[in-house]
Design a protein around this ligand. Structure first.
Ligand code: NDP
Length: 397
């Protein structure tokens, strides 16, 4: 049905490659390209399908990308490199007539700033070129938006309160490790919190607001209010929303390590001079922390991510909770990666599948909730991320 180029061979890229290989009727020709080609070759070896091609590419360099796209001629690129590369890859797509999908919004390297404006600014150019760009198609952002779209389509006339709840109740048995790229992860968590209420954004201190929330099959966990990028598009696409928030669980041990990392300056993202060499402390820290790709083997427990929604249907107030639980160990047995990479990579593959099947295809730049959620929800059940619903339960929020 179509040719796909995966860029990035980290934890998420590895899962995407496994899932793409499991769906050969949709993905007829596959290439995985990244900065370090040997990582791509290792992924292909693990999958055991020698037909998957590999290549080296520096995705910060538009010319290199253009050459690769002209050579392989993909129908769609799945960008699972880092958020810094979003714009260069979108530029290369426009120059070569290739469609685009990613899992995280663009961030400039020198400031931890999360907003869609840079990528939304490409809308007209993608429209004029007749190309589709699908933004934020991991789990959160990604499935969180699709869950919201599904709730809006089937269960509510008006969504008024939205809480996205993200729990990782797994244990990797390391003193400290992040579940995806440590640099991106620590930048996200150490920023100010932010939520939307009555038409305004309210800013909090980092991790200032927290409460205990109960997760299915897991129990109560301390959950912290964070800013998360999908809030920006969801309040725009669902203007009836009065309040939208995002919560994530953290253990005390993790938070203590994070506090020390910040206090000693290791979370800094500016350059410092060390013996005449310029280094960015957070990038150095990444080099000494456990690689998220290697956490899978001893990871037990599960993740639980979902949307808790309150709103109106036929004039009456209702609540709705839709969620997925994912076992780290099951994810590892299937792909060699832990659950956080798995819950991101599976939706990225499904998004590309939606595009190639012609179900999510329209010229322009879109967030996932702007497409029909039904065929995507159906695939989640088939591709390893089954979801569950609770109607009119206590949302705790
Ligand atoms: P990793 O750090 O494990 O992998 C990133 C990959 O991108 C590596 O293979 C890396 O190559 C490659 N890469 C980095 N820079 C370049 C470049 N300039 N050119 C080519 N390749 C490059 O990250 P993850 O797999 O954990 O995360 C991937 C993406 O998924 C991130 O953008 C992250 O924000 C996003 N994500 C989204 C989630 C969601 O739910 N929406 C949740 C978790 C992650 P090398 O190995 O050589 O450095």
């Amino acid at each position: 049905m179509g040719r796909v180029l995966i860029i990035g061979a980290g934890g998420v890229g590895t899962v995407v490659a496994h899932k793409v290989a499991q769906n050969p009727d949709v993905f007829t020709d596959v290439m995985i390209a990244s900065r370090t080609k040997s990582k791509c070759d290792n992924v292909v070896k693990a999958i055991g399908n020698p037909n998957i091609k590999t290549a080296q590419v520096d995705a910060d360099n538009v010319d290199e990308l253009v050459n690769l796209f002209n050579e392989f001629k993909p129908d769609i690129v799945i960008n699972v490199a880092l958020p810094y590369q979003d714009l260069t890859i979108m530029d290369a797509c426009l120059k070569t007539g290739v469609n685009y999908l990613d899992t995280a919004n663009y961030e400039p390297k020198d400031v931890a700033h999360f907003e869609y404006s840079w990528q939304w600014a490409y809308k007209k150019r993608f429209e004029d070129a007749g190309l589709t760009a699908i933004l934020g198609c991991g789990f959160d952002p990604g499935v969180s938006g699709i869950f919201t779209a599904y709730a809006a389509k089937h269960h509510f006339d008006e969504i008024q309160y939205l809480d996205i709840v993200d729990c990782n109740a797994g244990n990797h048995h390391k003193a400290f490790a992040t579940n995806f790229n440590p640099e991106i992860n620590i930048r996200e968590i150490t920023q100010n919190g932010r939520y939307y209420e009555n038409g305004q954004w309210v800013t909090t201190q980092p991790l200032e607001i927290h409460k205990s929330l109960t997760y299915p099959n897991i129990g109560p966990k301390d959950s912290y209010l964070l800013y998360h990028e999908e809030l920006e598009s969801l309040v725009k696409n669902y203007p009836t929303i009065k309040r939208a928030r995002f919560w994530m669980t953290f253990g005390q041990e993790y938070l203590t390590h994070l506090r020390v990392i910040q206090n000693i300056g290791m979370a800094r993202i500016d350059e410092v001079d060390y013996n005449g060499v310029k280094i960015v402390p957070l990038q150095f820290l990444k080099a000494v922390l456990p690689n998220p790709q290697d956490l899978g083997e001893n990871y037990d427990g599960e993740t639980s991510i979902g949307c808790r929604i309150r709103g109106l249907k036929d004039g009456k107030e209702h609540t709705y909770y839709v969620y997925n639980n994912c076992s780290h160990h099951a994810a590892y047995l299937e792909t060699g990666m832990q659950g956080v990479s798995y819950t991101t990579g599976v939706p990225a593959m499904i998004g590309a599948m939606m595009f190639l099947k012609g179900l999510w295809k329209k010229p322009g730049v879109f967030n996932v909730e702007e497409f029909d959620p039904d065929p995507f929800m159906e695939q989640l059940n088939k591709q390893g991320l089954p979801w569950h619903e609770v109607f009119d339960g206590d949302l705790e929020l």
